[in-house]
Structure formats: C-alpha cells, structure tokens
Design a protein around this ligand. Sequence first.
Ligand code: UDX
Length: 439
Amino acid sequence: MRVTMIGTGYVGLVSGACFADFGHDVVCVDKDKSKIEKLENGEIPIFEPGLEALVAENVKAGRLSFSLDLAASAPEAHAIFIAVGTPSRRGDGFADLSYVYKAAEEVAEHMNGYTVVVTKSTVPVGTGGEVESIIRRARPDADFSVVSNPEFLREGAAIEDFKRPDRVVVGAEDERAKKVMRELYRPLFLNETPIVFTNRATSELIKYAANAFLATKITFINEMADLCENVGANVQEVARGIGLDGRIGPKFLHAGPGYGGSCFPKDTLALVRTAQSHEAPTKIVEAVVAINDERKRKMADRVIAACGGSLENKTIAVLGLTFKPNTDDMRDSPSLDIVPALQTAGANIRAFDPAGVNEAKELLRDIEYCEGPYETLDGADAVVLITEWDEFRALDLERVKSLLKSPVMVDLRNIYNPAEMAERGLEYHSIGRPASKKA
Ligand code: UDX
C-alpha cells in the first residue's frame, strides 16, 4: 500500500519506518526543511535505539523516502496519516489541535481517489469528527474516511512496541476503511496481534484512558512508597506482592521520583480538561496530576535531608537527567524540578547524562556538565541518581566511595540493594525502602 505520513517527529518517523518495514511504500512529509535534509542524508533527528538502521534499510530498499511536498505523494496514497504534535495549550492544558487541523486542510487540498485519513497523533474525543468536517467543507465531493489509530510507543522501545504490540486500536466508522487498515497491519494479523476495531470516539478515548491508567498505577505505588517509608515496609516487595495478582499485574509499579516524558503529563492533563468540559470530571486523574507535580517538586527535599539539612556550599553530583533511560528527551523530566530546587538550596551541581546533555543545557543552567559518572562524582558531597541508565547500575562502588567527599547516595530509582550498600560503607537513601547507614 502507499502511505503518506505527515510529521517526522517521534511518532511519525517510527511509524513510517515500521510501515515501510512491513513492505508498504511510505513517504514521510514534514515542513521543516532542515529535518528533511537531515533525514535524506541518513541522519536521525531523535534518539531511538535501532531507528537509524531501520530507516537506512528501508530507504535502501526504496520503500521509504522523505519530502517537503505533500502534493507529491498525497494524491497517490491509500492512507494518509496525521502524526503531528498536540502539545498542551498554554494556559489551560487542553490539547492544542492547530497542527492537526492545518494538516487536515492540506490533506483536503491534495488527496485524490478513495483515501483513508488516519489520526495517529493523540487527539481528544471528537477530533476525528472535526477532521472529517474540515475535509468535507473544503472538498464536498471527496471520497474518504477518517480513522483513529492511536500509538502506544514507549520512547526507547518504540520499534519493538510498533512491531510487537499488545494490541492495535482502530476507530473506523465504515467497512472500506477497516479493510485498508487491516491491509496496513497485515503482518500483525498474521502474528495474531489483537486488533480492536471500534468507533472513532472510543478509539480516541482508549489512548487517553490507557495513559491515564498507567500514570495512576505509578502514582499509586509512589504513594505506597511514602507510606512504606513511614511504617518500615519495603515498596519493591509490596509491588511484587500485589503485582503477582494477575488482576493487577507487575508492570508500571516501580516507585520513583514521579512520571515525566512527552505523553503522561500532557495526556493526563488533556483528559482532565476534556472530562471537565463534558461534565464528567475524572477526579482520580485530577488527583494523579496534582500528586505527581507535587512529588517532583518535593524530591529535592530528600537530598537536602540526606546532606544534614543544608546544601549551602555543597556540591551535588547528579547522575541522569532525561525522564527515563534510552532517550535524550527532557520533557517534563523530574530533573527539571529537582536540579533547580537543589540550586536554590545553595548547591553547586555537577551532572552527567549519557544522551540528554545537549537538551539539558537549554533547560538547566549554571551546571558543570561532565563526561562520565566518575568525573561527576569527583569531590562531590553526595550523589543523586535521577535516571536509571544501565551504565549507572553497576558502578564501581569502591571508586564511588573514594571519589565522594562523603559517601552519600540518594537513589530515586531503587537500582541498588540497601543491605549491600551498607556493607560497602555507603549511606544509601532510596524510595520506599529503609535507609541504610554505612556499616
Ligand atoms: C508512554 C506510554 O508507555 C506509551 O504507551 C505512550 O504511547 C506514550 O507514553 P513513554 O513516555 O515513552 O511512553 O515512557 P514510559 O516508559 O511509559 O514512562 C513514562 C514515565 O513513567 C517515565 O518518567 C518513567 O520513569 C515513569 N515510570 C514508568 C515510573 O516512574 N514507574 C514505572 O513503573 C513506569
């Protein structure tokens, strides 16, 4: 099938490359000239493991190309995907749909023959209907269907998530559109991946409900972690103990500094606003948003407490800045709350992240950025671990101890074992587990 993908951001690029890998002819279109030039030169503008090779293979096979010009591919396309950004609208938290609607206008101008227009961007309930109206108004005679097909891609594991998803959700109102979608996802049908066909509004809501539920799960275990700290319990064991119940499941029960990233904060807020405006407020999700915001702000207090109540003239080593490992994405990362709060408390910051430093430099000022974990620790009064990159999981603890002025580690991701840390002579503070004093 011939596919046009509008938007070469995270979702568009990963989806476009994976559809090409399924054997379809895909053209990824973007208005950003420098992005298209980079892609044409084999450069990938985002950090995603495996994507560069996947793009290169499919370009070489002639199934994937990039273009500034929608008019060149849209008339021939069987399906046109809209995969543009839907950021939080400044001021009110509603999703900003202006890019989606602009794309719909352009699709109307260039499509030809029966075309399935698919919204891949995360869009509030009702957006598919609006996209349909925009196209219908511009082209009363056009032959088309509008389908919702949300993505469930995790950064850092996006290709795996696209090719081996738990499910594919398709919101389509007519049989012709369903047939095209079935054909597009044919390799997954052969794999027996569940494909949930539903109506458009339901599909749009599934995406928000999934993200809000996962954000709720994380927030729940974070609150349990706080309780564990006060009653001498261990949150990892609580998570295991409840997660083995098949009705609950073990995933997304890692306590930490609060969720961040490009989806959960934006989508939970957008769901709250949509629900309020439809007079069915989601009080649970409202609480999740507020608790998570507060949690991120309060994380610095743990570091201050671990350093004896004051950071005046102290140096704190920060390991990990991105909102999670295997990405360079800093959007809504807990580090954006934690680092400035440490600075306000008087600390000098030395920091290292394996991929996020370029992005971080724009957002976090007055920091000494280092080249690796050990350089960061050199002479610091304490180390705080914010992101669980693999390379922080097996640090040489003797070296850590000898480099730090005082052997204090605040681990916001629970990647070390408290008893072992005590044995090694480190004062170790983690989340929802008893702190260990050095032996
Ligand atoms: C998420 C969804 O997982 C994906 O399906 C959706 O399409 C986009 O949003 P992503 O933002 O890439 O993906 O990351 P994810 O792995 O879900 O983590 C989100 C945040 O939650 C991170 O800050 C992570 O550290 C945090 N998290 C996740 C926890 O604190 N605990 C957990 O148990 C899981």
